[in-house]
Structure formats: C-alpha cells, structure tokens
Design a protein. Structure first.
Length: 261
C-alpha cells in the first residue's frame, strides 16, 4: 500500500515516535511508500530535506489555503509562493499540494486570497507537469468551479475526499482521483462510503493525512502511515473489490501518478 498524503513533520502524540520508527512501523504493516506533504513554508522546507533522507518518501509542497489567506493579509504571500515554487522543483518533489479552498476556517474576507492562491498552484502544477493535491473543506462547488474555469492539471487528486456520491461522479467524469482517508471508516460517514462505492477503483487512492483523521478502531489516537490498512479494507469492502486486488490497484495507480520512488 501507498499512503498518498501524510504529514510526518508533526511529532504526533505526547511521546512522539521518530520519523524512522513511524516509517518502519508502516513498512511492517505493508505500507512501504508514502507521500509527505508540506503545506506551509516551515513544513515545506522540512519536506525538501526529508525526501532526500528517506527512500520510501516522496514529497509535495504548497501553501495551505488557510495559510495563503493569512500570508496575503500580511502582505507576505508573493514571497512565500515564490519559495514554494522553487522547492517544488526538487528532484524528489512529485506533488503540488495541498492547495484549494477552505471556507470552514477562513471567513469571507479571505476567500479571494484563497482563490488566487489556488489558481497560482494550479498553474504551477501545469508548468512543472506535477499532480495537484486539493484541500477542499466546505467549498465543493467553488473548488470545482475554479478547476473547470482554469482547467485542471492532467493529474488532479482530491486529498481526504469529503464530498458525496454525486460529487464523486462529477470527479470521475473529469478523470480526477479521489483519495480516501480514515474518515471513511467513521460511523457517521455514510456519505463517504457512498462516494467510495461509486468511485472507479482506477481513480481511488488511500491516505492517512497523519497524524490527523485516525481511522476506526483507533480514532482519538495519533494517526500514522501504518493505519492506512484500515482505510484500505473499508474502501475495498464498499467497492466490492478483493482486498489484495484493491491494494495492487492503488499501488500501481500511485506509481503511475508520482513516478518511481
């Protein structure tokens, strides 16, 4: 299995494990490849260093939409995005993301800045020929509108997919990939299971977003790439696909999108 989105720069827990230990635990659980995402300047710099040290890790960088709005309000966005664009050109950087829109944590005063940043990241992904990973929270229609107006990059991934089955069908029609996180295992997430059920296996990815969104039955504890197995089992179940076949499909799709580790 490949964990298509994690944040290993976070220590995760009161007695945090080292990155080396978390990657070793993941490998022991069958998760032998991870995509590490840095979504502010500090974590993007950390990611650029980490992917050079850990062979099982590829990287992605961007300005998270909430951070982009904050930087724009402080007059610091242009300089910050220029550094992200430089880091994204690194040899083992294979993703522009996570970028997108977040209308849950940022109020209307920051929406224009988020849209501008989203469009800048879309353009950067196209320029570099890299996949785009999207953060979409309480902004489904607006995210799709921007993608349609600007034209989505050739590879577009909805990180931690949070929409319903109708939106999943729209994404599938466009050839966009949906990456399911531990939220799909939550008891109250019937809409996510319905979305996974209508998503073609060829457009399905698995992630942890660790240390966040820990899947059932470990919800409440820090997440880690090793926990991707729980999400994979649930998505394979609702898609009616044999688990081994499902894992092979996700593995092959991930390598097709991001290239060799």
């Amino acid at each position: 299995m490949v964990d298509n989105h994690c944040h290993l720069e976070y220590p995760a827990g009161d007695e945090p494990l080292s990155v080396e230990t978390r990657l070793e635990q993941a490998a022991n659980a069958g998760v032998t490849r991870v995509v590490q995402i840095g979504c502010d300047l500090e974590s993007a710099r950390w990611t650029a260093d980490a992917v050079a040290r850990f062979p099982s890790m590829l990287g992605g960088v961007a300005l998270h939409p909430n951070d982009a709005a904050r930087l724009a309000a402080a007059g610091q966005y242009d300089e910050a995005f220029a550094e992200i664009a430089t880091l994204a050109r690194g040899d083992r950087m294979r993703v522009v993301g996570e970028t997108g829109l977040d209308f849950f944590r940022t109020g209307p005063e920051g929406h224009d800045a988020q849209v501008r940043a989203f469009r800048d990241h879309i353009a950067l992904a196209k320029e570099l020929g890299l996949p785009l990973q999207i953060h979409d929270r309480d902004a489904h229609a607006e995210v799709i509108d921007v993608l349609m107006r600007d034209g989505a990059p050739q590879v577009t991934v909805f990180h931690c997919y949070s929409g319903d089955a109708a939106m999943a069908r729209v994404c599938a029609e466009q050839g966009w990939y949906l990456s399911f996180a531990g939220t799909v295992t939550f008891r109250n997430a019937n809409h996510l299971r319905a979305a996974a059920a209508v998503t073609p296996p060829s457009l399905t990815l698995i992630e942890t977003d660790s240390p966040f969104l820990t899947p059932h039955p470990h919800r409440g504890a820090p997440n880690s790439p090793a926990q991707a197995a729980h999400t994979a089992r649930e998505v394979a179940r609702v898609q009616g696909v044999d688990l081994e076949q499902f894992c092979t499909q996700v593995w092959n799709t991930s390598h097709d999108l991001y290239g060799p580790w």
